[in-house]
Design a protein around this ligand. Structure first.
Ligand code: GLY
Length: 364
């Protein structure tokens, strides 16, 4: 029986991220004061949405289920408009609530709908993937994709609670589990090396959805994210010159470029894995990260079977994709790099020869 962990996050409101098993019985209590509840979910979770609907109806709520497309197909203005129209048709008021249940794309979309309907209604997230639990559903970044790029339209809008029921992971495809753990490796590298030790030395347990180590790893990764977001919710910079929320973009500059080149067919975590290797190599070549620190990237990502190389011959496309990434400022590329494990820093405008050399070293 997994313990129940509670991690508080302090943003524009303080809320709890709960990690454990059998959490959905808590939902009705957290929705008290609402008359209507809209559950936004992908088709693959229809049975769970039906179960939530019948529980909530028994508790006296009016429930509408809003089924949306899977994965990134959910994050469009058309899908947001479909939700707004359904809320309008059901007379959804400011005291009513939205529940976002699904992976990161679902909770991003549900968060955006909650932020914009009547300028903000109550929002509860029920993430059902590792990526959603440790990253997307925590921290209040919501948004949709447009022609101009991913996540360029959105709002910072925190949920009232995040319920990470790890039983949902039991039916997750193993590749999604491994890819989600790339974000856990990321926070291990930047902020909590004990996570890396467990991933390298207890890999099988980390991948066991019925064991106790996976929920504990999720707790530790959520704790890192909660601390970062509580210090720098709006990504304007941390205290005392610390890097702040941008640390969460470790590995993402190159990772987003890979996702773009692969037309978003790669799992986000797989692209982040390659991105982590690229930036570790960049920092190693630049004399910032030592060999042991570099090897921790190889060992942790390798243990999970995540990709650590990328095909050669694509530098021009990768470079231009990195330049349109929203982490670029002006014409200078900016990378979160490590000066050692647990010692993240910003590196603005690394020498172009290093940028090319790091790609050559991680390309297969
Ligand atoms: N996923 C990066 C952030 O929440 O800031």
């Amino acid at each position: 029986m997994t313990e129940r962990f509670v991690v508080p996050v302090h943003a524009e409101r303080t809320y709890e991220v709960i990690i454990g098993r059998g959490l959905l019985g808590d939902l009705a209590e957290r929705l008290e004061g609402s008359q209507r509840v809209a559950v936004i979910h992908p088709g693959a979770l229809r049975a769970s949405a039906d179960a939530i609907q019948s529980d909530l109806v028994d508790s006296g709520f009016e429930v509408i289920l809003l089924e949306i497309p899977e994965a990134e197909d959910a994050k469009t203005s058309d899908v947001a408009a479909f939700c707004w129209n359904a809320l309008g048709a059901s007379g959804f008021t400011r005291s009513d609530s939205i529940v976002g249940m699904g992976g990161g794309a679902t909770t991003d979309l549900a968060g955006f709908v909650a932020a914009t309907w009547l300028r903000g209604v109550r929002l509860i997230h029920i993430p059902t993937t590792v990526l959603g639990m440790v990253d997307a559903a925590v921290g209040g970044k919501t948004g949709i994709n447009t022609e101009a790029g991913k996540n360029l339209v959105g709002a910072f809008y925190s949920p009232w609670a995040v319920l990470c029921d790890v039983t949902a992971l039991e039916t997750l495809p193993e590749n999604d589990l491994r890819a989600g753990l790339a974000e856990v490796v990321k926070v291990g590298l930047t902020s909590d090396a004990s996570i890396l030790v467990d991933i390298i030395e207890r890999t099988e347990e980390c991948l066991n959805t019925q064991g106790d180590l996976l929920p504990d790893l999720i707790r530790r990764a959520v704790q890192v994210k909660a601390d970062v977001v509580s210090e720098d919710f709006l990504e304007t910079g941390g205290k005392d010159g610390r890097i702040g929320r941008e640390v969460l973009n470790y590995g993402h500059t190159f990772g987003h470029a890979v996702e773009r080149l692969e037309n978003y067919r790669w799992r986000h975590g797989a692209a982040v894995s390659v991105g982590l290797m690229y930036v570790a190599e960049l920092a190693r070549l630049g004399g910032r990260l030592d060999e042991d620190g570099y090897q921790m990237h190889v060992k942790a990502l390798g243990a999970l079977g995540l990709p650590v190389t990328y095909p050669a011959g694509r530098w021009d496309q990768l470079y231009s994709a990195m330049q349109v990434d929203k982490k670029a400022r002006g014409s200078l590329l900016r990378f979160v790099v490590l000066d050692g494990l647990g010692a993240p820093a910003m590196w603005e405008g690394p020498d172009p020869t290093l940028l090319v050399a790091a790609y050559a070293d991680i390309s297969a």
